[in-house]
Design a protein around this ligand. Structure first.
Ligand code: AHR
Length: 498
C-alpha cells in the first residue's frame, strides 16, 4: 500500500495550545490514593507524594491537570479537603460508592501540580452545590488576602494565591447518572449566574462549560445549543467527552473511531458558531476535549467491586496494543483541530483508565501502559504549529464511516527547528509512506521511532513493549520516504531550516 502526505510550512492549521496535552485526575479508585499520594510508600516524599509517579508524570510533560472530578465533583465539598488532616471528615463518595478520607485535597493538589510542572484545571460542584460555593472557592484560591476565604487559605499555609486560571463549571451535567443532573436550560442558566459570580471575584479566570458527556447522549446537539444560548458571553470553552470501546473485538471498526471523534469535534464547532452567528457575537468559543480515551476493559471487574471501601480497584483498564493505535490516532485528530481545540485532557493519568499504573508494593512500582507511548510522544513533540495536511491515502469502509488506512499530521516547531510527523498505519500490511515538506530545507532525521510488531491484544504489565527505532526513513531533497510496519504508530523528527 502507498500513502502520501504533503505539507508546507507556510500553510498552517493553527498554533498548538500546549494545554492540548493535559490530563485528568479524579478522586476515583486508586487515582489519588495509592496513585499520586501514598505516604507509606517507599518512594513517598515529605508530602506523601510518590516520587516514582512524579517521575513518570514528568515524562508525559502534562501542562494542565483537571481535578477533582469527574462525577466525583458533583457531590464534593471542597472545604472537606482543607485544613489540618486529622480534622478532615471521612465522607461517602456517592459517585463511585467509595469512602473518601479527604487526606488529599486542594492544597495537596496544588503542591503536587507544582512538583510535576502542571497547572490546575479546577472543577466546581454544580450538582449538590452552586454559585456560592464556586465563588468562595475562587476567592479562596485566587484572592490575595484580607477576606474570610483568602485569609483562611493563608492560615492553611499558602500565603500566595494559587492563581488558578482554568475552571470547569460542573461535570457532565447532561448525564442522568450525575448527582444534581439538570436540563440544558437549567444548567445554562446556572452557568450564566455562576460564571458571573466567579468572574466578579477574579475577571482573569477562563471558564469551561459542560458540553455533552458523549455524542450518543440523546440531548447531544440541543444541549450544546441551549447551554451556549444561555451562557455564551460568560464562558470561554465548551467541553467534549468521549470514550471508545471494542466490546465487539472488531479491529477495523475500533480503529475507525477516530473518524467519529473527528466528526464530533467538527459538529460542536458548527453548533458553537451557529450560536455565535445568531447572537451576532464577535467572540469565539473554543473547545476543551477534557475527557478522551479508550475505556471498557475494566467494566466487568468494576461491577463486581465491593462498595464503600477506600481506594478500590476501579476503572483499571489494562490497555492493549490496538488501544495505543487508537489513542495515537485520536491525538492526531486533536492536532487536526488545533485551531479550535485548545484544551485536551487524556482521561485519566494514574491507575484509573490511565497511561501510568502503580503497584502498592514490590517492583516495578510503576509501569507504563501501551497508551503511554503515543501520548508521551505527542505531548513532548506535538508542539508549535499544526500544518495543513494534504493526503492521498486508500480507505476502507467501516459500518458508519469511510476510514483512511493512514492517519498522519506534521507540526512545525520553530523553537527546535523541527518538523515532527506522527503517523498511524491501520492497515495489516506494510505501507510505503512518502511525504513532501515545502518552504523548508530538510537537513537530517533527528529521531524516527515506531511502536509496532505486537499482537493487537498484547498488554504491557511486564514492560516488554517499547518504542523502537524506525530504520527505513530517508530524506531526498524536500521528500521523506519511510516503510511503515503493519499496524504501527510512528514518529519522525526532522531538522529543518525554514
Ligand atoms: O473518567 C471517568 C468518568 O467518566 C468521569 O468521572 C466522568 O466525568 C465520565 O463519565
Amino acid at each position: 500500500m502507498k500513502a502520501t502526505l504533503s505539507v508546507d510550512l507556510t500553510n498552517e492549521i493553527s498554533e498548538i495550545d500546549p494545554r492540548l496535552w493535559g490530563s485528568f485526575t479524579e478522586h476515583l479508585g486508586r487515582s489519588i490514593y495509592e496513585g499520586i499520594y501514598q505516604p507509606n510508600h517507599e518512594t513517598a516524599d515529605e508530602d506523601g507524594f510518590r516520587e516514582d509517579v512524579i517521575e513518570a508524570v514528568k515524562k508525559l510533560k502534562v501542562p494542565l491537570i483537571r481535578y477533582p472530578g469527574g462525577n466525583f465533583v458533583s457531590g464534593y465539598n471542597w472545604q472537606d479537603g482543607i485544613g489540618p488532616k486529622d480534622q478532615r471528615p471521612v465522607r461517602l463518595d456517592l459517585a463511585w460508592r467509595s469512602v473518601e478520607t479527604n487526606q488529599f485535597g486542594l492544597h495537596e493538589f496544588i503542591k503536587w501540580c507544582q512538583k510535576v510542572g502542571a497547572t490546575p484545571d479546577m472543577a466546581v460542584n454544580l450538582g449538590t452545590r452552586g454559585i456560592d460555593e464556586a465563588r468562595n472557592l475562587v476567592e479562596y484560591c485566587n484572592f490575595p488576602k484580607g477576606t474570610y476565604w483568602s485569609d483562611l487559605r493563608r492560615k492553611n499555609g499558602a500565603e500566595d494565591p494559587f492563581n488558578i486560571k482554568v475552571w470547569s463549571v460542573g461535570n457532565e451535567m447532561d448525564g442522568d447518572w450525575q448527582i444534581g443532573h439538570q436540563t440544558a436550560h437549567e444548567y445554562g442558566r446556572l452557568v450564566h449566574e455562576t460564571a458571573k459570580a466567579m468572574k466578579l471575584v477574579d475577571p482573569t479566570v477562563e471558564l469551561v462549560a459542560c458540553g455533552s458527556s458523549n455524542h450518543q447522549n440523546e440531548t447531544y446537539g440541543s444541549w450544546e445549543e441551549t447551554v451556549l444560548e444561555n451562557a455564551y458571553d460568560d464562558v470561554d470553552y465548551l467541553s467534549l467527552h468521549q470514550y471508545y470501546d471494542n466490546f465487539d473485538d472488531n479491529l477495523a471498526e475500533f480503529l475507525g473511531k477516530s473518524v467519529d471523534f473527528d466528526n464530533f469535534i467538527s459538529e460542536v464547532v458548527a453548533i458553537s458558531d451557529a450560536v455565535k452567528a445568531r447572537k451576532h457575537s464577535k467572540k469565539q468559543i473554543n473547545l476543551a476535549f477534557d475527557e478522551w480515551n479508550v475505556w471498557y476493559h475494566s467494566m466487568g471487574a468494576d461491577d463486581a467491586q465491593e462498595p464503600w471501601t477506600q481506594a478500590p480497584h476501579l476503572l483499571e483498564d489494562h490497555y492493549d496494543f490496538e488501544d495505543a493505535l487508537l489513542v495515537g490516532s485520536l491525538a492526531i485528530t486533536l492536532l487536526k483541530h488545533a485551531d479550535r481545540v485548545k484544551i485536551g485532557c487524556l482521561a485519566q493519568l494514574v491507575n484509573v483508565i490511565a497511561p501510568i499504573m502503580t503497584n502498592t508494593e514490590g517492583t516495578p512500582s510503576v509501569w507504563y501502559q501501551t497508551i503511554f507511548y503515543p501520548f508521551m510522544q505527542v505531548s513532548n513533540y506535538g508542539q508549535g504549529v499544526a500544518l495543513t495536511p494534504t493526503q492521498t491515502v486508500p480507505t476502507y469502509q467501516a459500518k458508519n464511516y469511510e476510514v483512511p488506512y493512514i492517519d498522519s499530521i506534521a507540526v512545525y516547531n520553530s523553537d527546535m527547528d523541527e518538523v515532527v510527523v506522527f503517523i498511524v498505519n491501520k492497515a495489516k500490511e506494510q505501507t510505503e509512506f512518502s511525504m513532501s515538506i515545502d518552504s523548508a530545507q530538510l537537513n537530517q532525521i533527528v529521531e524516527a521511532t515506531q511502536f509496532a510488531g505486537y499482537d493487537i491484544h498484547q498488554t504491557n504489565e511486564d514492560q516488554s513493549m517499547t518504542l523502537e527505532s524506525l530504520k527505513t526513513v530517508h530524506i531526498d531533497g524536500n521528500h521523506i520516504d519511510a516503510q511503515l510496519e503493519p499496524l504501527s504508530w510512528n514518529m519522525i523528527r526532522i531538522n529543518v531550516k525554514a
